[in-house]
Design a protein around this ligand. Structure first.
Ligand SMILES: [Zn+2]
Length: 176
């Protein structure tokens, strides 16, 4: 994408609280990925049911736009479809920068401008700007998510409930 195309897409996202999904995808190619699949077993009187809960991330790393969605359905395919659609409705523009005082980069766009924090449930996440070439210091799923966000050097510190992987992703999305 050219920088003009990115600017047009970002302006559309900034200026429209109610967004037209088709329009967004015309302006901005989005990548989506399944990052987590849970099977929830449900027993009714007559039969056992399996319900899928799928976590999807979507975004465009060049533009620095990312979203997170959950799809639930008895059919895997439909749960994925719902998750993709929801993740695209939560697209957030990442403010990139470099808030690492020891970093001597010139571009100032490889990380985030300052330390950010968010709490979801009992999970607390802190995002700390990393120096150039530090990479992403987080779980493999966290890395995928931050890659989509277009952030390259960042340390994610998790406190409280560290086992709730979904809340960690939600907190990263909220904090950034
Ligand atoms: Zn830097």
């Amino acid at each position: 994408m050219s920088s003009e195309e990115i600017e047009v897409a970002l302006n559309y996202l900034k200026n429209n609280v109610i967004r037209d999904q088709k329009k967004i995808e015309e302006l901005l190619p989005l990548t989506s990925e399944v990052v987590r699949v849970s099977r929830i077993h449900k027993r009714t009187k007559s039969k056992k049911l399996i319900r899928y809960q799928i976590v999807i991330i979507s975004g465009n790393s060049e533009a620095g736009v990312f979203g997170l969605g959950i799809g639930k359905n008895e059919e895997y395919r439909l749960a994925v479809k719902e998750g993709i659609s929801r993740s695209k409705k939560t697209l957030k523009i990442v403010k990139r920068g470099c808030g690492n005082r020891e970093c001597f980069c010139k571009t100032k766009d490889h990380s985030i401008p300052e330390i950010k924090k968010a709490k979801i449930g009992s999970t607390v996440v802190e995002l700390i700007p990393g120096a150039l070439k530090l990479g992403l210091r987080t779980s493999p799923v966290g890395k995928k998510f931050l890659n989509l966000a277009g952030v390259k050097d960042l340390m994610v510190v998790t406190r409280g409930n560290k086992n709730n992987k979904l809340n960690i992703l939600k907190a990263i999305h909220e904090a950034i």
